[in-house]
Design a protein around this ligand. Structure first.
Ligand code: NAP
Length: 486
């Protein structure tokens, strides 16, 4: 499939190491999930390229961290400008390899770039501390320093933003990076590497290798030169990477899976709740880590909410190819992803859930699954226990605030939760009781570069974005000065 871009130089198909594009004998086929057509073949890296990338990042570390914060900030700002100037081309690449509709792809490019802009600004605010000393002849000072070489492993669902959310704070802090984007969606990562190159980010500061996840992962986690691993992806892989990092005691940040509850109380503004749910459930066809996974509705408004939601979905959502006018929802990432959603639907139906809408794979192609609504779901069904990663709404009935909290917290993960109410007391009680890193209150869209994004429990640790986002890339050094008294 030919991609028509204003700037064809953004299609890169080799590894980016030490400022150079490196080919390899093997390749990975990148396909459009709409129709499986071939978009490009990308050089498949392994242990050798991963080690070369680590060595290059290590070489580049000292000169990059020695630059004045203002200079790093200004280079990052140039990168931000170039990304936004190429927004349309980057969005086309993203839609082709990932499947999301063009409007969402444009929004992802702007969202991803906003982290580069934010951390360009934050680079100048890496403050230390002076601390009152325990005796008059001492002075106590803390400085913050970059952790060193950072390995970044990212998933396919936000192939641009998940990477900029890691590279931007790392570079702002003075770290250098080796990145491994998902094999399904490497072109978005390589395109922003090209723009980083043009922005004047020095060679070796950013390195990108695409390829065998196990081989590259092993080299990155075992290397003593890599001082931190930041990973976004599944909880299962995250756990095994943390275990692998233990041999060199690396710092880790883990942005893992979720199982978000969306709770609607009887006093909620139902129109706002439905609109918040539509946004939080169906963005990227349900393939985001903060997507609503379980919809808990109070019994008093359950039937009304179900009717209104089902008709809103029927009237507003159009399944199809992401680059076509009028389409609101693209394909899922793969046939396997579709089969997983279908299995969750069928097993939940067999266990007593009721089908209100959808529920059968679409005829559009093997990666398409239609918006689906199940009612009478209980928290023990797969629709409520598993992270669905597809356009399935599961409606669960509840009778009291206490019961809603108990159901919402009955999961091993804790990334995002949402609730709708107009009772200010309940806002505080619920906000404090929900065991989640992010809580949307009368709001379905919660992620932006100014706020700390991250989970608790098995959703991981560390925060991306906000003034806290730099901490994960910094070490605190305490310096004790004696002999001050005459
Ligand atoms: P995944 O299978 O864990 O893959 C994510 C990345 O890890 C890919 O680059 C993959 O490479 C790589 N990988 C897989 N096995 C590896 C190994 N043994 N060693 C090193 N790297 C390895 O996750 P996914 O299915 O792509 O993404 C969906 C998951 O990500 C969901 O659970 C979602 O909730 C989570 N997510 C979380 C956040 C957040 O911020 N909390 C954001 C977005 C997504 P290959 O592609 O080459 O296999």
């Amino acid at each position: 499939m030919a991609l028509h871009l204003n700037d064809s130089g953004l299609i890169k198909t080799r590894a980016y190491i030490n400022g150079e594009w490196i080919s390899s004998r093997n390749s990975i086929s990148v396909r459009n999930p709409c129709d499986s057509s071939l978009i490009a073949r990308v050089a498949k890296a392994g242990c050798f390229e991963a080690q070369h990338a680590i060595d290059s990042a290590y070489q580049a570390l000292q000169p990059w961290q020695a630059k004045a914060a203002k200079e790093r900030a200004s280079i990052l700002r140039k990168w931000f400008n170039l990304i936004m100037e190429s927004q349309e081309d980057l969005a086309k690449i993203l839609t082709a390899e990932q499947g999301k509709v063009l409007a969402e792809a444009r929004a992802e490019i702007a969202y991803g770039a906003s982290y580069v802009e934010w951390f360009a600004e934050e680079a100048k605010r890496i403050y230390g501390d002076t601390i009152p000393a325990p005796s008059s002849d001492k002075r106590v000072v803390c400085i913050k320093q970059p952790v060193g070489v950072v390995a970044c492993i990212t998933p396919w669902n936000f192939p641009n933003a998940m990477l900029t959310r890691k590279i931007a704070p790392a570079l702002a802090a003075g770290c250098t990076v080796v990145c491994k984007p998902a094999s399904e969606t490497p072109l978005s990562a390589l395109a922003i590497a090209e723009l980083a190159h043009r922005a004047g980010i020095p060679k070796g500061v950013i390195n990108i290798v695409v390829g065998n996840a196990h081989e590259i992962g092993r080299v990155l986690t075992k290397s003593p030169l890599v001082r931190k691993l930041t990973f976004t992806g599944s909880t299962e892989v995250g756990k095994s990477l943390v275990a692998d990092c233990s041999t060199t005691l690396k710092k880790t940040s883990m942005e893992l899976g979720g199982n978000a509850p969306f709770i609607v109380f009887p006093d909620a503004d139902l129109k706002a709740a439905i609109s918040g749910l539509m946004a939080s459930k169906f963005r990227n066809s349900g393939q985001t880590c903060v997507c609503t996974n379980r919809v808990l509705v109070h019994e008093k408004i359950y039937e009304e909410f179900k009717q209104k939601l089902t008709s809103t979905i029927k009237e507003n959502l159009v399944l199809g190819h992401g680059d076509r006018e009028g389409v609101t929802n693209g394909p899922l990432i793969s046939q396997t992803a579709c089969e997983t959603v279908d299995r969750i639907v069928q097993v939940s139906l067999a266990k007593g859930a009721k089908l209100e809408l959808g529920g059968k794979p679409s005829r559009l192609g093997v990666c398409f699954y239609p918006p689906t609504v199940l009612s009478d779901v209980t928290n023990d069904m797969p629709a409520a226990r598993e992270e669905v990663f597809g356009p399935l709404v599961s409606l669960i009935r509840f009778t009291s605030e206490e019961q809603a909290i108990a159901i919402a917290n009955d999961t091993d993960v804790g990334l995002a939760a949402y609730f709708y109410t107009r009772d200010i007391g309940r806002v505080w009680r619920m906000g404090e009781a929900l065991e989640y890193g992010i809580v949307g209150i009368n709001e379905g869209i919660i992620s932006n570069e100014m706020a700390p994004f991250g989970g608790i429990k098995e959703s991981g640790h560390g925060r991306e974005g906000s003034k806290y986002g730099l901490d994960d890339y910094l070490e605190i050094k305490y310096m004790c000065m004696g002999g001050i008294d005459d």
